[in-house]
Design a binder for this molecule. Sequence first.
Ligand code: DX5
Ligand code: ZN
Length: 218
Amino acid sequence: MPSAIISPSVLASDFGQLTAECKRMIKGGAQWLHMDVMDGHFVPNITMGAPILSSVSKGVPGIFMDCHMMVAQPEKWVNDIADAGGALYCFHIEATSDPISLIESIHERKMKAGVAISPDTPSTAISDEVGELADMLLVMTVYPGRGGQKFIERCVPKVTELRARFPEKDIEVDGGVGPKTVDVCAQAGSNVIVAGTAIFGAERPEEVIATLKSAVDT
Ligand code: DX5
Ligand code: ZN
């Protein structure tokens, strides 16, 4: 299994201090920063888009922005997110009819491509061809749309299924993940851990990051 990557979700951070918050997470041991882009269509909320990501990438040199695109037309934003400095563009399989072309266009812009599945979407929605072409697969463990929700344990078997099919890929879990729920995810084969509330809500985020990392690496 690929090694552990911790990707704090900035949705739970102080947006007024976004650049400083990202720096604080990197200093605390985070490899990636998880940027939740919501468009008010695929999910009811609106969060941030390319202009904000662009400011963050300029303010935090070397940052790896793991962009979780909860948007209705993922094809539409590939160029903007690439121009903004996105490193990984993760779209929802539910939102596109042509995932192969989309992954190719993401790769053309030199970003890694991720494919996400919501809680009610089976792992088989990711075909062998799509899974092989993608760099990362994201199993949502809450319904996309907002932070601070309860972890949905019945999503975990999908991690096991995807790990069996794609032993070399990064497999991310996102939603309600923290020190109490990370073990079951790691045991199922997830190596990329997103956590918002659990990290930003902690007095010492670096300790939470270390705990999450060791759950995967042990
Ligand atoms: C939910 C987002 C998640 C969320 C995670 O739609 O995709 O990334 O911010 O936050 P927590 O860890 O608080 O569930
Ligand atoms: Zn997310």
